[in-house]
Design a protein around this ligand. Structure first.
Ligand code: PLP
Length: 393
């Protein structure tokens, strides 16, 4: 929710920009910290969701670790103060250069996604006379009940090692003297709001850890991945993700043995609600079949709606108070618009048939819940300017 002062401030600024509510970010981090500490769980922040320097500084200050998916994320985590013993590195295509970066940084663990990768990490670690700690990313074939573009834990997905290959994994681990097996890793998808899904994941993790122990590989770390969803429809009434419910599922259903650590890798749930993309209406096109609002932001600033068919709430901040009275009295003033960007692509549309108060050139719009997979995915397509940032403080 934006107060009048904030909206007045926006009116004096060049658009588009990402607005960061750092107070809400801290509240969210606090809630996550309290909920995870209750059970002694460890949270690594999935840096790919947002690597804005102020955002990662706040996250680091709460003592979270970093979950990285590239060599540059590993280096960024370390230069931004994340403890190397809390940095993990996942990804289906780690290059030799990236693996060497992580070996040099002495990170906590590689989450390994194929048998071939095990041999490569072993070879590169051996060349440096180091022992690389590895966890095996297992594809548990658990349906995340989320959009099919963002599931990762089904047989058809490219991520992780399928369970029918685990015999080959332990064979490889026995051969690789420069690897130290520390645990098992899972990440089944993103924007998961049905907590039943995590119950099913716990069942699979319990089976898998027993399997490894039966084959002579005690499991020290159970890494359950991330994926906890946020409420894109009600960012004002439900700004903080259900951390308590989420961690409680693992407390209740995961079989944790003495001395074991439980790790989580949350991205979206920590950062999605703290940012909105703020934009102005450039042009209004009233048509026979469709009305269009052309914003000065497009898929180059925020691609989630186009890439994942994702819903993000769109608000006209300039007419908000009017719109509230109009909704009460004068329904006819509400129009349907396709809210589009300026980019030369037909898919450059944030949402179709949005009901909004009649809108005009210069009106300030907010596209809400844009803190995760927003700014980080911005691009220079059409030689666009780099999107700016504005902070609450
Ligand atoms: C992206 C990613 C995450 C974080 O996912 P969210 O849905 O943002 O919580 C966690 N672990 C791995 C391996 C990832 O690739």
């Amino acid at each position: 929710m934006f107060d009048t002062n904030t909206i007045t401030r926006f009116q004096g600024l060049e658009t588009p920009f990402y607005y960061y509510d750092l107070g809400l970010l801290r509240k969210t981090l606090e809630a996550c910290k309290i909920a995870s500490d209750k059970y002694g769980f460890h949270v690594h922040y999935a840096m790919k969701a947002n690597f804005n320097p102020k955002v990662i500084a706040a996250i680091q200050s709460y003592g979270f670790g970093a979950d990285c998916v590239s060599g540059n994320e590993v280096s960024t985590a370390i230069t931004n103060g994340f403890d190397k013993s809390k940095v993990v590195f996942a990804g289906v295509g780690k290059s030799d250069k990236e693996i060497n970066t992580a070996l040099d940084a002495d990170i906590f663990c590689f989450n390994v996604e194929s048998i071939q990768e095990l041999f490569i990490i072993n070879e590169l670690a051996q060349a440096k006379n180091k022992k690389a700690k590895v966890a095996i990313r297992i594809n548990p074939n658990v349906d995340a009940h989320t959009h099919h573009f963002i599931t990762t834990g089904l047989d058809e997905n490219k991520f992780g090692i399928n369970t029918w290959q685990l015999h080959d994994v332990v064979d490889a681990l026995r051969k690789c003297a420069s690897l130290q097996f520390i645990g098992i890793h899972f990440h089944i998808g993103s924007q998961i709001t049905d907590l039943e899904v995590y119950k099913n994941l716990c069942t699979r993790i319990n089976e898998m850890q027993d399997w490894f122990e039966d084959h002579g590989f005690p499991v020290k770390v159970l890494n359950t991945g991330g994926g906890l969803g946020v409420d894109y429809h009600n960012p004002d009434t439900n700004p903080i993700a259900n951390f308590e419910g989420y961690f409680k599922v693992f407390k209740d259903f995961l079989k944790v043995k003495p001395g074991q650590e439980v790790h989580f890798e949350l991205g979206r749930a920590l950062v999605a609600q703290c940012s909105s993309l703020v934009s102005r209406v450039l042009y209004v096109k009233i048509g026979q079949k469709k009305n269009f609002l052309v914003l000065d932001a497009g898929m180059t600033e925020l691609i989630r709606p186009m890439l994942y068919q994702a819903y993000q709430k769109i608000e006209n901040l300039s007419r908000r108070s009017e719109s509230e009275s109009q909704i009460l009295n004068l329904k006819s003033q509400i129009l349907k618009y396709d809210v589009v960007g300026p980019i030369c692509e037909s898919t450059d549309c944030f949402q179709k048939d949005v009901e909004l108060p009649e809108s005009f050139r210069g009106d300030i719009f907010a596209i809400r819940t844009a803190g995760a997979y927003g700014e980080v995915m911005s691009s220079g397509y059409n030689l666009r300017d780099k999107v700016q940032n504005v902070y609450s403080e």
